[in-house]
Ligand binder design. Sequence first.
Ligand SMILES: [Zn+2]
Length: 251
Amino acid sequence: MIDTHIHADARSGEDFKQMYLAGIDCAITCSYYPYNIPQDIILLNHLNRILEFDTKRAMEYGIDLKVALGIHPTNSNINPEIIFDNLKQWIESEQIVAIGEIGLEDLTDNEIEIFKEQLNIASETNSKVIIHTPRKNKLEVLKVILDIIPQHIDENQAVIDHINPQVIENVIDTDCMLGLTVQPQKMDRFEAISILDKYGFDRFLLNSDISNKPSDPLSVPKTIRELARQGYKNSEIEKVSFKNAQKFFKL
Ligand SMILES: [Zn+2]
């Protein structure tokens, strides 16, 4: 199984152990710095920590940790140039599988400018992007994101993440991949399954988004097992268990 969006830096080795035992072989960890950032160098250190330290830490517990780096919208109050330069190098050296998570949260000018530039970098380097949508004002912010994406990048290169039953109709006609985050306070596994049941399994990626917020490290295996218990076909379950992620991120 692949958990397609986690924040490994905020979690313990015990979580990785449980995830591995429950059948997760691979996860994609995304950047998000949960504190104030007084300087760009602090964010750069955070991103280097994920790349060099958390990957090794997860590997000790059996998890192949892939990395997505970028400037999370809530970290947009910095001079982004040093991060942009590093992003290009990380992509070139194939140290990251995507730029992420990026996106919009409060629709500030800084956020929008940094989001657009990261889409441009992804487009120029033919990279994938993982795009965050917020808990608050999700539909309003999603509409702005949907307007911006095609002006900067091919929709086939983007995952729009944290999609739920309230906004699925707004994204189902795009060419983007869609992330289903099964997390306390966001969406439970039965809601995720209701989306898969209605729209099919081809376009979706499953994830736990485990972070410093209330999280369940086992939400992906629990969803996969619930799909099996309810009798969905193995060939369909495999798509959201690992095949879609393998194909999309070229893992
Ligand atoms: Zn996240």
